[in-house]
Design a protein around this ligand. Structure first.
Ligand code: NAI
Ligand code: BGC
Length: 256
């Protein structure tokens, strides 16, 4: 039996990169999918087409995870589409590469509002939906290895992902009595558009690969496989954890 038969999953920022891979993976195991992004475009259209080709339903809801009104209304809109919601993947995220002394308030707000405030209040809306409808739920936050390790010149990004680590630990305890599990996935360097500077620069890429024991970038589907595990009943006893998908990057050390 498919692991996600009769399940509906909402994935934020899901028309490219890791979010799209999660949508396709969950659909391939039987879920119907609500996609999200800031604008409906050809990527959304193509994602819907791919999911429909698997025999699953897919819809797209336009909303901006850095805007509080959009965040608080997304769950209500999502439930209205197929009548229920079972899985929330908080995937949308942004990063800004700047030395600490150059970061503007606008950049700080964009990163924190998307990566932390949006996740906080979207999860709150999902939890309230689960409580009011007396349904269990699963939440997966797309964190990063940078919830644990430093990332010079990305201070706001690191702060946002570090906060996700404590948010998830805290909520695991608060939400367990409601039968809601919550976990983080912490990807390392994954080949997606967010990393275009790295992918397009062989010297930079070679430097990064030196720190990765598996000596390659990860692919979005590597992350999606772990998300699917955490979303499934196979992970029924897993809550409050972070799963690293990083080719060994986080705890890498060599003397020569
Ligand atoms: P990406 O840039 O390819 O995809 C991010 C998606 O989120 C895009 O579709 C974008 O339009 C959407 N998005 C951004 N801001 C949004 C907003 N305000 N509202 C709605 N949608 C929004 O990046 P990628 O790599 O797929 O990243 C996905 C998540 O994975 C992010 O949270 C990122 O921090 C995290 N991550 C990525 C890693 C990597 O190496 N690619 C490593 C660790 C974490
Ligand atoms: C960042 C990527 C980076 C990776 C490993 C992610 O959180 O979004 O840009 O390559 O961490 O450092």
């Amino acid at each position: 039996m498919d692991r996600f038969e009769n399940k509906i999953a909402l994935i934020t920022g899901s028309t490219q990169g890791i979010g799209l891979a999660c949508a396709l993976r969950l659909a391939s195991e039987g879920a119907d999918i609500i996609l999200n992004g800031r604008k409906y475009d050809e990527r959304a259209e193509d994602a819907i087409r791919q999911i429909n080709a698997m025999g699953r339903k897919a819809s797209f809801i336009e909303s901006d995870m850095s805007r509080q009104d959009d965040v608080t209304s997304l769950i209500t809109k999502g439930v209205a589409v197929y009548g229920q919601l079972d899985i929330l993947v908080n995937n949308a995220g942004v990063e800004k590469n700047h030395s600490f002394w150059e970061v503007t308030e606008e950049e700080y707000d964009l990163v924190m509002n998307t990566n932390l405030k949006g996740v906080f209040f979207l999860t709150q809306a999902f939890v309230n939906y689960c409580r009011n409808s007396n349904r269990p739920g699963v939440v997966i936050n797309m964190s990063s290895v940078h919830e644990e390790i430093i990332f010079p010149h990305f201070a706001a990004y690191c702060a946002s992902k570090g906060a996700l680590k404590m948010l998830t630990r805290n909520l695991a305890t608060e939400l367990a009595p409601l039968n809601i599990r919550i976990n983080n996935v912490a990807p390392g360097a994954i080949s997606t558009p967010i990393n275009h500077t790295l992918i397009d620069n062989p010297e930079l890429l070679a430097n990064v690969l030196k720190n990765i024991p598996l000596k390659k970038l990860g692919q979005p589907k590597d992350v999606a496989a772990v998300v699917a595990f955490l979303a499934s009943d196979d992970a029924g006893y897993v809550t409050g954890s972070t799963y690293f998908v990083d080719g060994g990057l986080t705890y890498h050390y060599e003397e020569q």
